[in-house]
Design a protein around this ligand. Structure first.
Ligand code: NDP
Ligand code: HSE
Length: 440
């Protein structure tokens, strides 16, 4: 392996950028011993060069001038860790045009404009590596693209957002409020600059778009994905679910049916508390992937934060420096959208089980009315729960669990519930997802 240093230019010296700088500066000798590569952090660009950072850089490499990185012909690899979709896209295109391979963790940008950027990279005979864009430190992109390359992928079930998983775990296990848990996730560096992206489910959808694109071989956009976030989750529903044997997770799901239809969705999901994904807590992510040859696989690790994400970024730098990324990137061909858009299934066509909570008057005949609405829409009940409550308003929560039924039937039933005089507030409806588990 060459003794010549591989020079690296980093743009965005924030949470992840600081982690990348830390690894490159502190672990260079170890990386060299393992890989034979001498990696050199040659330039760090950030709009704020005065801010206190957790890493001390060698004198003279921090600048606010992007051109000083672009114009340095010795810098082979450019890392974009700015975030967002506008300036970051310009930065990546400029890096490619300046002859640099690109590494990024920017899932929002790749989900929205991946194909355009990949095309620009192919034209420039460069590559874009994006391991850190999905599931933080878990090498899931590499697993799908190489480890599982022999497989026709049938389904992906993932906990892909560390912030949401941290919030839901802390609400469930520590009885914390949504706001307290979100604030902690922000303080720990898990959340996006705009945390709305985490809690409204769109960050998970960005990651699912990337994972589904490489798994199913076609361009998938966030707009192809049905998305519901966790912003309206009430701790009371987490408790009721727990009592009935379920754990609440924000799941990202991609499924390919035997007739080639793709169903892509992100939504709060009650899963069996016995399922392995139910035991994934805090900022951890996990992805279960089903391949036709391998069966079920499971990947687990830290899904967010400075060092886990930096681990994935540096892995990409090493893969580029070794010449592996470029070979693989050449084969990153995604079917254009016009070929697949008719294959994207609508959520209304999907069957699921459902948890429905109705706040109802505490008087005779209430359950009869609930059952009539369900029967009118051919929805079969699989469980009910009602606790005795003593309140002056005489309103009690009634929980029903349905058997497998189509989404459109539930939507119609919810509209009918809302018309009943006995129903006192908007019904809560959460999907129950029965994740298949491979066994002998
Ligand atoms: P941060 O906001 O912590 O860091 C971004 C940095 O870029 C900030 O220092 C920011 O400065 C700087 N910046 C903004 N605009 C420019 C510009 N035009 N030129 C140069 N620097 C600029 O974000 P993160 O490190 O958390 O995230 C970076 C990327 O990694 C995002 O795409 C994110 O989605 C992704 N990611 C983050 C993970 C995490 O756990 N944090 C995990 C996986 C992916 P200032 O603060 O002054 O605006
Ligand atoms: N905000 C993201 C999360 C960062 O919480 O998962 C990792 O992509």
């Amino acid at each position: 392996m060459s003794e010549k240093a591989i020079k690296i230019g980093l743009v965005g010296f924030g949470t992840v950028g600081s982690g990348v700088a830390k690894i490159l500066l502190e672990d260079g000798d170890y990386i060299k011993a393992r890989t034979g590569l001498k990696l050199e952090l040659a330039r760090v660009v950030d709009i704020d060069t005065k801010k206190e950072r957790p890493v001390k850089l060698p004198a003279g490499i921090l600048t606010s001038d992007l051109n000083s990185l672009l114009n340095d012909k010795d810098i082979q690899i450019g890392i974009e860790l700015v975030g967002g979709t506008k300036i970051a896209k310009e930065i990546q295109l400029k890096m490619l045009a300046a002859g640099k391979d690109v590494v990024t963790a920017n899932k929002a940008l790749l989900a929205e404009h991946g194909n355009e950027l990949y095309t620009a990279a192919h034209k420039a005979d460069k590559c874009i590596a994006f391991e850190a864009s999905c599931a933080g430190g878990i090498p899931i992109i590499s697993a799908i693209r190489t480890g599982l390359a022999a497989n026709r992928i049938k389904a992906i079930y993932g906990i892909l957002n560390g912030t949401c998983n941290y919030i839901l775990s802390n609400m469930s296990k520590k009885d914390e409020s949504f706001r307290t848990a979100l604030k902690q996730a922000q303080d720990k560096g898990y959340a996006e600059a705009d945390p709305a992206l985490d809690i409204n489910g769109h960050d998970s959808a960005h990651k699912l778009a990337i994972l589904a694109s490489i798994s199913f071989g076609c361009e998938i956009l966030p707009s192809d994905i049905f998305v519901e976030g966790i912003e309206n989750i009430d701790i009371v529903d987490i408790r009721y679910g727990k009592e009935m044997g379920y754990t609440l997770k924000l799941l990202a799901i991609g499924q390919k049916t035997d007739d080639g239809k793709l169903f892509l969705r992100v939504h709060p999901s009650f899963i069996s508390s016995d399922n392995a994904l139910a035991r994934v807590d805090g900022p951890f992510n996990a992805i279960s992937i089903f391949g036709h040859a391998v069966g079920q696989t499971m990947f687990y690790g830290r899904g967010a934060g400075m060092m886990p994400t930096a681990s994935a970024v540096v892995a990409d730098i090493i893969e580029i420096a070794m010449g592996n990324s470029k070979k693989l990137f050449k084969h990153l061909t995604l079917e254009p959208r016009n070929k697949i858009s008719s294959s994207i299934g609508k959520i209304d066509e999907l069957a699921s089980r459902f948890y429905i909570k109705l706040k109802v008057s505490d008087k005779p005949g209430v359950f009869a009315q609930i059952c009539t609405v369900l029967a009118n829409h051919e929805i079969s009940l699989s469980g009910v729960l009602q606790h005795e409550e003593h309140n002056t308003a005489n309103v009690v929560p009634a929980i029903v669990i349905t058997h497998l039924t189509q989404q459109k039937k539930i939507t119609a039933a919810l509209a009918d519930f809302a018309k009943l005089e006995i129903v006192k507030s908007k019904p809560v409806c959460i999907r129950i997802v029965d994740i298949p588990e491979d066994s002998d």
